[in-house]
Write a protein that binds this ligand. Structure first.
Ligand code: KG4
Ligand code: ZN
Length: 396
């Protein structure tokens, strides 16, 4: 089955074409084309993502990215198939809220033939609703034009199944599995009894872990997104054996549950900077690169210790056979290593993390999760094409 997948939940506009086979028993994926446009440089100025700006950028970039994907997959045929004007009217109606998208859409798609694609999958939540709507409208317009089913996909399910692209038989997901989802908006521990059966057993009570990286990085004067910056500096501190001066708390490390809290870490960094560098006052002293690196390493250490300790607690409590750690934050090398080491501590446990490029938001993971959804319930391909964005969509 050839799946065209679309992801626009936050600040990445991503489309991919994935060939999927094997069903839930043996899901196998081959990426035929994958393109992504990151809006990071645009949002950097503001230190975070602005939903209306993200929406406008998605509308501008979706058509060129689709063109790139179809070209990369070698499936553009430059002969037009006749599309009646009524159909264009319907498409215009679907795209009416997205600035200029109808015009781009029609001028690129009118002269080409319907490519060999079986289904379109699109992220419907969670995320920024204005951003989600652009992707959904675009998917529905393509579905109308090419007469293809459109399947909504949960972004967090996408992160979970981002680990499926490494098709090694011996390392398949065995149930019950446990997933630790760590991204810019989520920090969740999920028990997975089977495909599609989720129970959230732990979550953050305030900030998400990615948010903690982004906010503390900002205090250190580092650009958005802060996670990669902190991990780069942290590696520098470790490699150069810089003295450990900064000390930060490990929030909720010893609490009896498996919930998290990261806002205290943010406040602790703020106080540390205020007390040592007069941060927030006129006569502030800039920390040196080495001092920043020391703080970054301490942030990394604190986050790693809390995430690993709580995950171990959850593994003891729920006895999972597979541990999946996914979401943008698992791009962090220190965390990747610490979680992979759990295989030594828990006999029989297989730890799965996505490749680095599939850790942050992308469309391949949406195709993977979409395929699992379709394989479990092929009837969804015949459902009426009514998809709504849901910014707070949950896994349960
Ligand atoms: O999954 P993702 O791409 O988007 C959301 O669904 O939120 O995650 C983005 C988050 C950002 O907060 C970013 O700073 C963080 O992932 N991140 C990292 C690293 N790379 C990205 N955090 C720590 N270390 C990294 N290397
Ligand atoms: Zn994400």
């Amino acid at each position: 089955m050839k799946i065209l997948s679309i992801e626009t939940s936050c600040d990445e506009t991503a489309i991919s074409l994935v060939e999927a086979s094997g069903g839930v028993e043996s899901p196998t994926f081959s990426v035929l084309a994958n393109a992504l446009y990151s809006q990071i440089d645009i949002h950097k100025e503001y230190g975070g993502v602005f939903p209306m700006l993200a929406k406008r950028e998605h509308a501008k970039n979706l058509t060129p990215i689709l063109e790139k994907v179809l070209k990369e997959a070698g499936i553009i045929k430059k002969e037009s198939s006749f599309v009646p004007e009524e159909k264009w009217e319907k498409i215009k109606e679907i795209l009416k809220k997205e600035d200029g998208l109808y015009e781009h859409f029609r001028s690129f798609l009118e002269p080409i033939q319907k490519p060999e694609i079986d289904v379109i999958c699109v992220t419907s939540g969670p995320g920024l609703e204005p951003a989600l709507w652009v992707g959904i409208s675009f998917a529905l317009a393509l579905g109308e034009l090419w007469e293809l089913p459109v399947v909504p996909v949960n972004h967090m399910e996408g992160h979970i199944f981002s680990v499926l692209t490494q098709n090694e038989d011996s390392r398949k997901i065995q149930f019950p599995a446990l997933a630790l989802l760590i991204s810019g908006g989520h920090t969740e521990i999920v028990v997975i009894d089977d495909f599609g059966r989720y129970k959230i057993v732990g979550k953050t009570l305030d900030d998400a872990v990615g948010e903690a990286y982004d906010k503390t990085a900002r205090m250190l004067g580092l650009p958005y997104p802060g996670g990669p910056e902190i991990s780069r500096l942290s590696e520098f501190a470790t490699k150069n054996n810089l003295p450990h001066t900064a000390k930060l708390p490990r929030p909720m490390l010893h609490s009896h549950d498996i919930n998290f809290s990261f806002s205290g870490l943010k406040t602790a960094v703020l106080y540390y900077l205020r007390d040592n560098f007069n941060f927030g006052t006129d006569n502030k002293i800039e920390p040196s690169e080495e001092q920043k690196a020391d703080i970054a390493r301490e942030i990394d250490d604190a986050v790693t210790e809390v995430l690993v300790t709580k995950t171990k607690k959850a593994l003891e409590q729920y006895g999972a056979k597979t541990l999946i750690v996914a979401g943008g934050v698992i791009g962090n090398p220190r965390l990747r290593l610490s979680f992979q080491e759990l295989e030594k501590e828990f006999s029989g446990l297989v730890v799965k993390v996505p490749t680095k490029s599939l850790s942050t938001d992308n469309a391949v993971m949406i195709a993977c999760a979409g395929y699992i959804k379709i394989s479990r319930d092929p009837k969804i391909l015949t459902y009426p094409q009514q998809i709504r964005a849901n910014g707070n969509l949950s896994l349960e």
